[in-house]
Ligand binder design. Structure first.
Ligand code: HXC
Length: 260
């Protein structure tokens, strides 16, 4: 499918999804969110895609937030609908079968920070900046930031960021565990692709079940989550990748996974 505000490209079995409104620093308006939702449906159906990278167009911004020019005239109902559209879209991203890496290549503010937090893994360029500046605009975070930021960095740090609207740099984001790695901007995509390819080389069904156990389990109590993990583990016994992976280990050779 062709998109106006997105680029969806494929490099072998890796999909690269680029938010493409560079003139507005890739700000998310409702059209872009709707396109993102459609692109995620497309990716979720495509079993040839083993990992997804999300990034922003240009060298300045990942996503500078939800579109302020659109939000400034919202009625309460429109605001609620916009937040719900973001919630549904980011949840779809979070529950996409394939693992998703956010390659944060600049400003990740407000909705941009929130989108990155709905990805499984975040890596950042040295110039990346993170923050939830909604309170500086008379708004609250509305695409899951009040929920995902505390889960990722703890309530104290999240509260400070959400109450002050302070912007932090990539090193501070790394220090607090918001991003896994920081790279020079020019090598960010190469590193994202390398990581995606490492993941894509593992048993695909096992990777997808692992993601499901993490994402479903995190919202359950430990006993329910472990019961789900046991079901997921049991399910891997039905895959030919289990036979291949374990046999390859015993035969001291590299496994050749087929994703079934
Ligand atoms: C709409 C935006 C935008 C945004 C930037 N632009 N961010 N448009 N929504 N979030 C536009 C600018 O208006 C400008 O357009 C162009 O992009 C370039 O931006 P500049 O400000 O000129 O660039 P710079 O001086 O380098 O500053 C970069 C910046 C700044 C620090 C990132 O743009 C900024 O503070 N942006 C807003 C960040 C923010 O507050 N995000 C949170 C939004 S609230 P023109 O036409 O003038 O060239 C949010 C809520 C989510 O995300 C939940 C909703 C339910």
């Amino acid at each position: 499918m062709e998109y106006t505000n997105l680029l969806l490209q494929h490099q072998g079995n890796i999909a690269v999804l680029t938010i493409n409104r560079p003139k507005a620093l890739n700000a998310l308006n409702s059209d872009t969110l709707s396109e993102l939702s459609a692109a995620l449906d497309e990716l979720g159906r495509d079993s040839s895609v083993k990992a997804v990278i999300v990034t922003g167009s240009g060298e300045k911004a990942f996503i500078a937030g939800a579109d302020i020019s659109q939000m400034k005239d919202f009625s309460p109902l429109e605001g609620r609908r916009f937040a719900q559209l973001g919630h549904a879209t980011f949840r779809k991203l979070e529950l996409l079968p394939q693992p998703v890496i956010a390659a944060v290549n600049g400003f990740a503010l407000g909705g941009g920070c929130e989108l990155s937090m709905a990805c499984d893994i975040r890596i950042a360029s040295e110039n990346a900046k993170f923050g939830q500046p909604e309170v500086t605009l008379g708004l609250t975070a509305g695409f899951g930031g009040t929920q995902r930021l505390p889960r990722l960095v703890g309530t104290g740090l999240a509260s400070e960021l959400l109450f002050t609207g302070d912007i932090i740099d990539a090193q501070e984001a790394y220090r607090i565990g918001l991003v896994n790695k920081v790279y020079p901007l020019e090598s960010l995509m190469e590193e994202a692709l390398k990581l995606a390819q490492r993941i894509a080389g593992r048993a695909p069904v096992a990777v997808q079940l692992t993601k499901s156990a993490i994402q479903r389990g995190i919202n359950l109590d430990l006993d329910s989550a472990q019961a789900y993990e046991a079901e997921v583990f049991g399910l891997t016994m039905s895959t030919s990748d289990r036979t291949e992976g374990c046999t390859a280990f015993v035969e001291k050779r590299k496994p050749n996974f087929e994703g079934r």
